[in-house]
Design a protein around this ligand. Structure first.
Ligand code: ZN
Length: 426
């Protein structure tokens, strides 16, 4: 336990550096880090880790090594420029509990520019919010990890346990960045991921599968349509069948321990669709990209078999689909859900410091989306806490993060490091 005096010194240090922290976050948001193009932003993180006195480790994702991990996502893009960056602090003598602070550098595509009030890379500050793609999800949290860590040093303290700061790619598509860090051997007594969670603790998150269905038909002139097999029409049938599956999966929701009170947490999203090349030609192929969620109580392998079986049975049974084929392939995420079991020491410490900083009890939420906590939670047996600032319009236009919530989260993280790892004066 840190003393009240030490705690105050840490909180003051966060305040003293906060203007710099917001500027740093804005600079990082202004540096695009779309999938496969994370290099420039990772350079900034590597420099920040070094400035914080951390020993740097960085490596390129290896698709072959990842393929050996049961939780890895199918690799659909080249990984040549996709790096994980880790900074490590080694204490003079190790007496406390070690910690991984994790965050992802990748951001999702911006969508249509016309929907944004200004450029998604503008990172403007307005009325207490910082705007831009990735501002909330999750560059504010990623940077908060660094400033929380450096606040201890500024307060004349140092952790008495190993601390790793991780900046990972691929969180928005596969989870392969954090899994790669796991494969490289990074372990600790707890993991904290500062995803935007409105200052709540993520108790559970759903699993996610990305997959692609390629429907093949037969081309013909539109005036002789009956000679062809329209792949777009067949794709409608495939989507309809998978919508039925979605509804059936959601029937299991009321029995779920952590998602039982949610209306429809298992969404099937038709995310991409590519087909046809001419209005007067019957399209001979249609490629559909799907994302679907599963409960922590469900098993990703069984869900995958369900998806494949349903599409195969549909194609075999519908007379109207005769002459068309559908191939189902994994495309990215292949993830089980995760539940952070209540009662861990790590949760106890977070509950305490959250209350200390905010004067409110820490509440827990079940997230109907993916976060990387399952990587450490399921495959390393480490309690993985997800806790971060207030964000809005994630993955949408005018994404934004609340600046005061960044300050509160950074203070909570700093006290968490101190209490979890222990501190000594330096
Ligand atoms: Zn995120």
């Amino acid at each position: 336990m840190t003393t009240a005096e030490q705690r105050q010194a840490i909180l003051d240090a966060v305040d003293a550096a906060f203007e710099r922290q917001v500027e740093f976050t804005a600079d990082l948001v202004a540096t695009p880090s779309l999938r496969g193009q994370e290099g420039a932003a990772q350079e900034i993180m590597a420099a920040a880790f070094q400035d914080a006195g951390l020993a740097l480790d960085r490596w390129t994702l290896d698709p072959e090594e990842l393929a050996t991990h049961e939780g890895a996502g199918a690799v659909a893009v080249p990984y040549e420029d996709t790096e994980v960056v880790v900074g490590t602090y080694e204490p003079r003598r190790e007496s406390g509990r070690s910690l991984i602070l994790n965050g992802h550098i990748d951001v999702v595509p911006t969508g249509a520019d016309r929907l944004w009030s200004r450029s998604p890379w503008d990172s403007a500050i307005h009325d207490g919010w910082l705007y831009g793609r990735g501002a909330a999800d999750m560059k504010a949290g990623l940077v908060a990890n660094v400033f929380a860590f450096t606040a201890l040093r500024a307060a004349g303290l140092a952790p008495t346990a190993r601390v790793h700061l991780q900046s990972v790619p691929e969180e928005e598509s596969t989870g392969n960045g954090t899994l790669s860090a796991l494969q490289r051997g990074y372990r600790a007594d707890a993991v904290l991921i500062s995803e935007p969670s409105s200052g709540s603790l993520v108790r559970a998150h759903v699993g996610v599968i990305w997959f692609k269905v390629t429907v093949l038909g037969r081309a013909a002139h539109a005036s002789e349509m009956s000679n062809g097999m329209n792949a777009i029409d067949a794709a409608y049938a495939v989507i309809g069948e998978l919508r039925k599956m979605e509804e059936e999966w959601n029937l299991q929701v009321p029995d779920s321990e952590h998602f039982g009170d949610q209306e429809h947490p298992l969404n099937l999203n038709v995310g991409t669709l590519h087909a046809g090349d001419w209005p007067s030609s019957v399209p001979d192929s249609c490629e559909i990209g799907f994302r679907v969620a599963l409960l922590p109580e469900m098993d990703v392998e069984a869900c995958w078999r369900d998806i494949v079986d349903r599409v195969e049975r549909l194609m075999a049974r519908e007379p109207a689909l005769e002459g068309t084929t559908a191939q189902v392939e994994k495309l990215g995420f292949f993830s089980n859900g995760y539940v952070l079991e209540p009662g861990s020491d790590a949760e106890g410490v977070l509950t305490d410091v959250h209350d200390y900083v905010n004067g409110t009890a820490l509440d827990a939420i079940a997230l109907p989306g993916y976060v990387d906590s399952r990587c450490y939670g399921l495959y390393a047996g480490v309690p993985a806490l997800v806790y971060g600032p207030l964000g809005e319009r994630l993955h949408g236009a005018d994404e934004r993060v609340n600046i005061e919530s960044i300050r509160q989260v950074t203070k909570t993280l700093a006290l968490f490091i101190a209490d979890w790892c222990g501190v000594e004066s330096v």
